[in-house]
Design a protein around this ligand. Structure first.
Ligand code: NOJ
Length: 570
């Protein structure tokens, strides 16, 4: 149990208690530079991932209903260059091709998500179940298993059926809990004989904050100071319900696991000797990962969230806290609903204390935290604006999970780095460096006693990157989105990741250095193929568009001429 108390001195105490619980991890040391050569435990699972809306395409094919992302991305001005996921990587049509890519890397698992509106077009199960949608996921799962690749399946990676948004307001409405449970139950029924790893939600922090607070993501609502908390409250309840459904109705027969995938940046105090900074950094992590993990592992929101949001709500003259409250029955129903914890992690921030304004107009999840985020300008920053490479933060986050939540079984469900659109460089040395260092920090965390069972590189393919469209590429494989066949080309990181997998870690410095050199050598030939692609696309255009158009026009002109000649003869 977490200690319960109400003042900030108590938080300091809690932090000290938590930190001292991790006997084998020294939080005061930042030995950033060292590299550890060694291997992962036998049976460690190596994978890569993607999600339905980001990769499938076929947005309106075979009876699929609309999702909030279909609608949001079709509105002008929401996505970089007004891109959409309409066709994306066309993975809907490329199951076999993509599985060959996975086999090339020798992946143990592949993480993908099921599009709710593809199998239940309106989101309401009693309306209609789409057989073709079920068939698509059946085939994907079967092909993966035939190739000895374990499916790790996310039930919800952000693509809520649009009808549920329009009718009920999406995750602002408690009725989502039952609709989501019906959808999950259908998935257990149809696929649970073969799928043994289920993730209820992917990154609910983004769903809540970017979907309902800042409005940068679908459904694009800006309900500052309340929307994210309300959405999160319903998401947590929905997660718990689905876990119980599996537990009571399917577990005995199917023997699988149900978890949730939470994302969390690490927050490091700017000054580790300053108590205010230590508390602020703790708050940063509690408002991020702890917001969801604490109810799921301990039954209620982190005390620090209840204190801060509660106090600010009072100062704003509100009768109740903007952070909703769980009843005691709900607390015990939610507590312990996690067979494994999925962790999505990309980056770190330095955190310092800052008193944010408390007025009603400045209401927001962000100002509730009273802190400022900083970055070190020396941190590498190859792609996405928010993504700095800070490998040591990963080890710290994993140790935090171990100490705070009773050393749960962890699967790293997302970790990786992007590059910007203009860069068609397949020789992605910076990605090799990122993977090498982050995976190494994970290895150190395992040595610290953190129970990590698997790792998922994010992502297998370049894909639709939400509000950034196609401008940020996370893939191990480059996808040529200009070509309608969406060909895939291996980046150098494919070779490097493949070596890590085949050695189950990092054998020694000489070998690891060799891998890097060879990977970079090999990628230049893929670069040549990619460079030749505009020519190939051009030739395809000639055969597929120009030739038929010229033929049709010739036939039409001949017919007109013939008619003209016949008339003159008469
Ligand atoms: C987390 C999201 O779950 C995933 O869909 C996205 O691609 C990555 N962040 C990178 O932005």
């Amino acid at each position: 149990m977490q200690p319960r108390c109400g003042n900030s001195a108590c938080h300091v105490l809690m932090l000290v208690l938590c930190l001292s619980a991790a006997e084998d991890f020294d939080w005061t040391k930042n030995n950033h530079g060292s590299f550890y050569y060694g291997t992962f435990p036998t049976g460690f699972s190596w994978g890569a991932g993607g999600s339905a809306y980001q990769t499938e395409g076929a947005w309106d094919k075979d009876g699929k209903g609309l999702s909030i992302w279909d609608v949001f991305s079709h509105k002008k001005g929401k996505i970089q260059l007004n891109d959409t996921g309409d066709s994306s990587c066309e993975s809907y049509y490329k199951i076999k091709d993509d599985i060959s890519l996975m086999k090339e890397i020798r992946l143990n698992h592949y993480r993908f998500s099921i599009s709710w509106p593809r199998i239940i077009p309106t989101g309401v199960k009693s309306d209609h179940v789409n057989g073709k949608g079920i068939q698509f996921y059946d085939e994907l799962i079967d092909h993966l298993l035939e190739n000895h690749i374990t499916p790790i399946v996310t039930l919800y990676h952000w693509d809520l059926p649009q009808v549920l948004q329009e009718k009920y307001g999406g995750w602002q409405n408690i009725s989502m809990v039952n609709h989501f449970n019906d959808f999950a139950n259908l998935c257990f029924e149809k696929f649970g004989d073969r799928v043994k790893h289920w993730i209820t939600f992917n990154n609910p922090w983004s769903m809540a904050v970017e979907g309902y607070e800042t409005g940068e993501h679908a459904p694009g609502l800006k309900l500052r100071g309340t929307g994210a908390y309300r959405a999160a409250h319903h998401i947590i309840k929905a997660h718990a319900k689905v876990w119980h459904t599996y537990d009571t109705q399917w577990r005995a027969k199917q023997k699988g696991l149900v978890g949730i995938s939470l994302s969390g940046d690490w927050g490091e105090p700017v000054d580790i000797s300053n108590q205010k900074d230590i508390e602020a950094a703790e708050r940063y992590v509690q408002f991020y990962l702890g917001w969801f993990a604490t109810p799921i592992f301990h039954g209620d929101y982190p005390q620090v969230m209840k204190d801060f949001v509660g106090r600010k709500s009072v100062q704003q003259g509100l009768g109740t806290s903007r952070l909703p409250v769980f009843s005691s029955q709900e607390k015990s129903y939610i507590k312990g609903t996690c067979d494994f914890l999925g962790i999505g992690h990309f980056t770190t921030r330095y955190i310092t204390q800052r008193n944010d304004p408390t007025g009603r107009s400045s209401n927001s999840y962000f100002t509730d935290r009273d802190l400022a985020e900083l970055v070190d300008p020396r941190w590498p920053d190859p792609g996405s604006e928010w993504l700095y490479s800070v490998p040591w933060g990963f080890r710290r986050l994993l140790n935090f999970v171990k100490t705070q939540y009773g050393n749960p079984m962890i699967y790293v469900t997302e970790n990786g780095v992007s590059e910007k659109m203009m860069c068609t460089e397949l020789c992605d040395e910076w990605r090799i460096q990122y993977y090498k260092d982050y995976i190494n920090e994970m290895l150190k965390a395992i040595r610290d006693g953190v129970n990590v069972k698997g790792y998922t590189a994010w992502s297998l393919l370049d894909k639709f990157e939400w509000d950034e469209g196609y401008s940020e590429r996370f893939g191990l494989y480059y996808v040529d989105f200009r070509n309608k066949n969406k060909p895939r080309y291996p980046k150098a990181s494919v070779q490097f990741y493949k070596r890590i997998i085949s050695s189950n870690g990092f054998p020694n410095q000489r070998e690891v250095e060799n891998w890097r050199r060879k990977a970079v050598e090999m990628c230049s030939s893929s670069n040549q193929l990619l460079a030749a692609d505009p020519l190939t696309s051009h030739m395809e255009m000639v055969t597929e568009i120009v030739v038929p158009t010229v033929c049709t026009l010739s036939i039409l002109i001949s017919a007109v001429l013939l008619m003209f000649l016949l008339r003159r003869r008469n």
